[in-house]
Design a protein around this ligand. Sequence first.
Ligand code: HEM
Length: 474
Amino acid sequence: MVQQKIYQSVRKNPPGPRGFPIIGCFPQMSTNPLQFLTGAAREYGGVVRLGAIGPQQLYLIADPDCIKYVLQENPQNYTKGENFKDIKLVIGEGLVISEGDAWRSQRRLMQPSFHRQQIAAMVDDMTQLTDQMLERWQKKAAGATLDVSEEMLVLTQKILLKTTLSMEADSDTTELIQAWNIIYKFLSDRLWAVIKPPINFPTPKNRQFTQAINTLRTVANNIIQQRKQGNHTDHHDILSMFMSTQDESGKGLSDQQLHDQIVGLFSAGFETSAVTLGWIWYLLSKYPTIERQLQAELTTVLAGRTPTFEDLPQLKYTKMVVQEAMRLYPGAWVYARNNLADDCIGGYDIPANSMLLISPFVTHRLPEFWDNPEGFDPERFTPERSADRPRYAYFPFGGGQRQCLGDIFALTEIQLIVAMVCQRFRLNLLPEHPVECQPLLTLQTQKGIMMTLEPRTKVDNVSQLNTQKALLTH
Ligand code: HEM
């Protein structure tokens, strides 16, 4: 779509499907959100009106330049606002949902903990925990079946707990994870519910949810208090960095803020990585030629050893596989903004206090920007083929000032896990197992991803190396 400014003189209402009074297009959308939103963008263009839900107008913003405008060029007019009412009960005023000055000062304090060199120091934890998982897999018989979505969830949870809080799997972590699972299920169920009963209404589900929030808070508070009593610099983790950080005036994060950040990181920091990994195993099993090429790179660069942070830039094809999987199946598949004042996006009038949906899933599959959008083709991400693509044709980590704080963490973790698992196993999708998207808070699958384990042999790896040499000499 043409630049924002060109449209200023032809303001009008965006086109869109016919909706119902009061509930707009919600019924069609909640039945199959991915198909509905993707179809709407292809049929109506980059800005789509989706009717009004109650007093609030709903729009889909799918065009890359319009997304750039909202996230990067005029972010002061766009808040996460009311969309996070439910999740606010869980994560309080942490970075993920706070706004304005409160968000700015927290982001400034937290950003340094996620710099590249800090992430490099977490690589040993990431590879050790992955190795433990692989040792466990090794003890299973060849051909054993497992749900890789579940396995990836447990692994990324362990990595997050270790790197942020120095916690190993024990009763506290089990309690924390169980509480989070209840919260996640509760919030996901409410996501597409037309009627949302107030959370303080004493239904069994509401009570279970409130109890899980209390558990999460208690565990987080205990951790902070224990650290304050001891010497928190003894730990080399994200919490200790948060506890040491100060702004120019010497002010750090309060106990409440520390608490909200811990719970917030828990909500943002593993589910998205886990679902991405699940989709990668699914895609590699579906596309054996790509899997072989990935293997060849791993054999050439690593020759069987554990990858380090320094190896990552050499694992170029591995990175492209990850990027392409995140194009087709972005873990954070949709998010929302409210505009404070009237605005004009892509030449269309958007009244104040509308809700805008921005969906990487939809934009990542627009045929205007992607040839064969449904195909899995990692080489789309070579520098040559990426050169002319608009910045917001691809944005799995969002963009602008609210871009994901954990993007380097996530990419490092995912690239390492892919490299380590592929060196030791081939994962084959169970032929009769259906894999369908389930768009909840993150892009899940409906019935997990059931795969069989095929351990790699040395012969496997040597023949990969020979294939690679043959490719290089031709
Ligand atoms: C594949 C993995 C991940 C994906 C796809 C992802 C995606 C995103 C996206 C799209 C946003 C912006 C949402 C918006 O603008 O409304 C975001 C924000 C955020 N993410 Fe991630 N994320 C991932 C992993 C992580 C990890 C591992 C962490 C931390 C350890 C993390 C921490 C955060 C935080 C703190 C924010 C809020 C930033 C702010 O508002 O200033 N994320 N993430």
